[in-house]
Design a protein around this ligand. Structure first.
Ligand code: C2E
Ligand code: CA
Ligand code: CA
Length: 404
């Protein structure tokens, strides 16, 4: 999809739309000048002139009625095109309260202008209930932090050569007295959409570092230094002093920064390339490592990786799962692994569930694997036990036997 789908260029005198044209797009003027007018009996009556930053045609996004006036360019003009899909996507991303508010304003407008689409009382009730549930959940999450109901669990990241525990990914859990054990998929998105991500994200960073400090003191069976991966969310990246928070979490816990690895998703990185690159560069100066999470689900473009201070690529489960059944995915994984290595990175395969997958990925050159085959995320004391064991996994040691 070309970027120009969302751009229009008009030469001087060119019409953008005429009165009566069907239309369901709005426009923001990036530069240039437009005249809005009505045409009657060959006469043109100017209604307005619009310049950079002005919005026009927005009503058609809502009611999709024919254009009520005409618009043409007074100067060469560049426009950004806003489609109904745009609006819906933006609304879907918006804070639920804002979404409800906008929906209600639009509904009132529709009633007032009789353009139909009035929701049924049942729909209105459902909307309201959804918002109330959401507000309650946000409130409970706010209290959860104060009441120390969040805990970090640790999923082992396993060396696919020796099948020993090389490190862990810290994954947050909410142990709620009212709701029980709540998986992160149900509350992380809520936290991310609210202001809570700043305080919860800070807690996760600090707690992750403290746990690393404790786990790093275990005498591991393999004797090597371990690492702990901590996830960074999009809103956290946008926290004004995120670097300061990372630095003080490291200083206050007294960890060796090189044992901390920050996970940031591919799509998040691509959507905030400049700010994220700056942050990651500063982290590298501190000695902190960086892992690119959920690789393959976003832009899948390895070209830009070259410029970024990334130590580890975590290839998403959706690429890993078919590896033993489909030769094509093996080829893709081999290419990713070769390219990653040529850039000096190491690779983790996420979501390994079978012994065959673990062996196949080891053979494709992946250094590490993570998945239910080895272990789900476990509490910290269990993580310590895993580190102290030479061979914690229930399956036999086929690969090492073979390579021995
Ligand atoms: P993620 O960062 O991609 O984390 C990996 C998720 O995959 C974890 O789910 C993990 O339990 C799950 N998983 C691991 N191995 C397997 C496997 O073999 N098969 C399958 N089907 N799943 C596997 P979890 O813990 O439910 O976390 C879900 C997501 O929630 C995470 O995805 C991450 O996006 C978010 N999350 C969790 N903890 C944190 C956190 O501390 N901070 C932030 N920002 N996000 C977090
Ligand atoms: Ca992750
Ligand atoms: Ca992941």
């Amino acid at each position: 999809m070309g970027a120009d789908k969302y751009r229009r260029f008009l030469a001087t005198g060119e019409w953008l739309f005429r009165e009566g044209d069907p239309g369901d797009t709005a426009f923001v003027i990036e530069n240039g000048l437009l005249e809005i007018c009505r045409e009657q009996g060959g006469e043109r009556e100017r209604i307005a002139q619009l310049g950079p930053g002005d919005l026009l045609g927005e009503m058609s996004l809502i009611d999709r009625l024919p254009r009520s006036a005409s618009a043409f360019a007074r100067l060469p003009t560049r426009l950004r095109v806003l489609t109904p899909q745009h609006l819906n996507e933006k609304l879907a991303d918006a804070d639920p309260l804002l979404r409800l508010l906008l929906k209600m304003i639009l509904q009132r407008y529709r009633v007032a202008t009789d353009t139909g689409g009035k929701p049924s009382p049942e729909e209105q009730k459902q909307d309201r209930e959804a918002v109330i549930k959401r507000i309650e959940l946000e409130h409970e999450l706010e209290q959860a932090l104060e009441r120390e109901e969040f805990v970090l669990y640790f999923q082992p990241i396993v060396n696919l050569g020796s099948f020993s525990t090389a490190g862990f990914e810290a994954l947050v859990r909410w142990v709620s007295p009212a709701r029980g054990f709540v998986p992160p998929g149900e509350f992380i998105p809520v936290i991310e959409e609210s202001h809570l991500i700043h305080s919860v994200g800070k807690w996760i960073l600090r707690e992750g570092c403290m746990a690393l400090r404790r786990l790093a003191s275990v005498d591991t069976a393999h004797g090597d230094a371990i690492f702990v991966n901590v996830n960074l969310s999009g809103k956290q990246l946008a926290t004004p002093d995120i670097f300061g928070e990372i630095k003080s979490a490291i200083d206050d816990s007294g960890i060796n920064p090189s044992q901390l690895k920050l996970e940031i998703t591919e799509s998040l990185l691509m959507n905030n390339l400049d700010s994220a690159t700056e942050l990651l560069d500063r982290c590298r100066e501190l000695g902190v490592q960086v892992a690119l999470d959920d690789f393959g689900t976003g832009y899948s473009s390895l070209g830009y990786l070259r410029r970024l201070p990334i130590n580890t690529i975590k290839v998403d489960r959706s690429f890993v799962a078919p590896v033993t059944e489909d030769a094509g995915s093996g080829k893709i994984l081999r290419a990713i692994s070769a390219l990653g290595h040529s850039l000096g990175m190491n690779l983790v395969a996420e979501g390994i569930e079978t012994h065959e997958q673990a062996l196949a990925l080891g053979e494709l050159g992946f250094e590490y694997g993570q998945g239910y085959l080895f272990s789900k995320a476990v509490p910290e004391d269990k993580a310590r036990e895993l580190l102290a064991l030479d061979w914690p996994w229930s399956f036999e040691r086929r690969r090492t036997d073979k390579s021995a």
